[in-house]
Ligand binder design. Structure first.
Ligand SMILES: [Zn+2]
Length: 269
């Protein structure tokens, strides 16, 4: 009888757990010899997901006894900010609205509150990229706020040359690798704020003003991997991505000349 009661309670607990949570945050105690790669292997977790959960604005240092978080299933969390709809969040992750709604137990009309956590399963991220094989991938879902070329600097008010393309998006919006390559820089870099530099065989790409990093120096990243989150660090007047393309002579190029047409970048709402 006691056994049956236990089974019933356990069943109810599992049911509640399933309904209430879209993911479970497991804890892993770091052992000596653990590396980011070895922990990711144990839990079959993509490195970008592990680093998104456990790294902030500087490189992660694993020390024995330290506790790291392992999300199950694998995925990213987005915290709702003012004006965000579920439709917008699904676009920001280039994912499918209905899949995100069901992953979070949300029913139409999907009313969200500021600060609410929306879980985006890893398997769904990037499924709706507009992918032109000969072009770069748009690194973020947002609005172009400043073009490459001469402009009046938003902070100094002086004429200056803008070496990249600015794309405005809310803090925490995921940033994707526009091209595959090796991470050569990840951290604070003066006016760029928290910055990532990724080097491919022919070009370098800089992603500036981030709030968080999902990559480490030396890591190989694939086109479309999540590499960080939008922020406003360094010389910045609001949350945006400064996206820069450099050739082998370290000369900057206009990113718009290598990106797909702006009319096609986002999935249909
Ligand atoms: Zn810029």
């Amino acid at each position: 009888m006691l056994y049956k009661k236990f089974l019933l309670c356990f069943f109810c607990f599992c049911l509640c757990f399933t309904i209430a949570f879209s993911y479970v945050a497991l804890r892993h105690f770091v052992n000596s010899g653990d590396t980011v790669e070895s922990i990711c292997r144990i839990y079959q977790l993509p490195q970008s997901v592990f680093l998104d959960w456990n790294q902030s604005d500087s490189s992660i240092r694993l020390t024995p006894g330290m506790v790291v978080t392992i999300p199950f299933p694998s995925g990213f969390v987005y915290r709702v900010s003012e004006g965000n709809s579920l439709s917008w969040i699904s676009c920001a992750f280039f994912s499918d609205l209905n899949t995100i709604a069901s992953a979070n137990g949300l029913k139409f009309p999907y009313t969200l509150r500021i600060g609410q956590e929306i879980f985006v399963p890893y398997a769904e991220v990037g499924r709706k990229f507009f992918n032109e094989p000969d072009k770069l991938l748009w690194p973020v879902y947002g609005e172009i706020s400043s073009l490459y070329g001469n402009r009046i600097h938003p902070i100094t008010g002086l004429k200056s040359f803008h070496a990249g393309l600015d794309i405005a998006a809310p803090e925490g919006t995921p940033i994707f690798a526009s091209a595959s390559g090796t991470v050569t820089m990840a951290g604070e870099n003066g006016g760029y704020g928290i910055m990532i530099e990724i080097e491919s065989a022919t070009q370098k790409y800089r992603y500036g003003h981030l709030s968080a990093l999902c990559v480490m120096v030396g890591q190989r990243v694939k086109r479309g991997d999540v590499i960080g989150r939008i922020g406003s660090t360094g010389d910045s007047t609001g949350p945006h991505l400064h996206f820069e393309v450099r050739n082998q002579k370290n000369q900057t190029l206009d990113p718009l000349s290598q990106l797909p047409n702006i009319k096609n970048i986002y999935p249909k709402h």
